[in-house]
Ligand binder design. Structure first.
Ligand code: GRF
Length: 197
């Protein structure tokens, strides 16, 4: 079995990356994580990658000060590592349409809500304010509009009385760590492809 070469783009904690890396340790998993790219050198996920023996690359967007230059560095790193699929996992930069086009159908993202509900930031607080009974997370192909694109998989959690954004986030995160490896498995093995309209 040839395993898809995957890069994970992060900005912070990296717990979803860690869940993907753990799943990819199984010999029958159809993807291997070959690179972690961060836009911030202090991202905790970089240390996790180093401990796992996974190559890392920091592209310091802020210091570079020019999004298109920074993106070309990311694209170059992906090309050098012969990456075939990109997973966004808490990467806090909006990608330009050119980047999204370059990875069209080959880039997926995890978002902490049941899309199309609550795209954007602060999803748990907004879900509580909207008094929804259920919340959750979504893995989807990336298209140029933020937090949109064909949905690959979703996981639901109940919203419980007394929930705070933090307690709800923790419940959703457990599902994220289960869902993302499952969704990457489907994409890497070719079982799921984006629908074409
Ligand atoms: C996760 O909640 C993910 O859904 C969102 O950003 C958070 C990243 O967390 N896109 P981590 O860095 O994977 O721990």
């Amino acid at each position: 079995m040839s395993r898809k070469r995957v890069a994970v783009l992060i900005s912070g904690r990296g717990s979803n990356f860690q869940a993907l890396a753990k799943a990819a340790r199984a010999p029958d998993y159809p993807a291997e994580i070959v690179l972690v790219v961060s836009d911030r050198e202090e991202a905790a996920g970089l240390a996790i990658a180093e401990a796992e023996g996974i190559a890392t690359r920091t592209v310091p967007y802020r210091a570079i000060g020019n999004k298109s230059l920074a993106e070309s560095e990311v694209l170059k790193a992906l090309a050098e590592a012969r990456v075939e699929l990109v997973c966004l996992a808490g990467f806090m930069r909006v990608l330009s349409p050119g980047f999204v086009d370059a990875w069209h159908d080959r880039m997926i993202n995890i978002h902490p809500s049941l899309l199309p509900a609550f795209p954007g930031l602060d999803t748990h607080r907004r879900a509580l304010e909207a008094s929804v009974a259920e919340h959750g997370c979504t893995v989807h192909f990336v298209s140029s509009e933020v937090d949109s694109g064909p949905i690959i998989a979703q996981a639901k959690v109940p919203v419980l009385p007394g929930d705070t954004p933090e307690s709800l986030a923790a419940r959703v995160l457990i599902e994220e760590h289960r869902l993302y490896p499952e969704a990457l498995r489907l994409v890497a093995s070719g079982k799921v492809k984006p629908e074409r309209g």
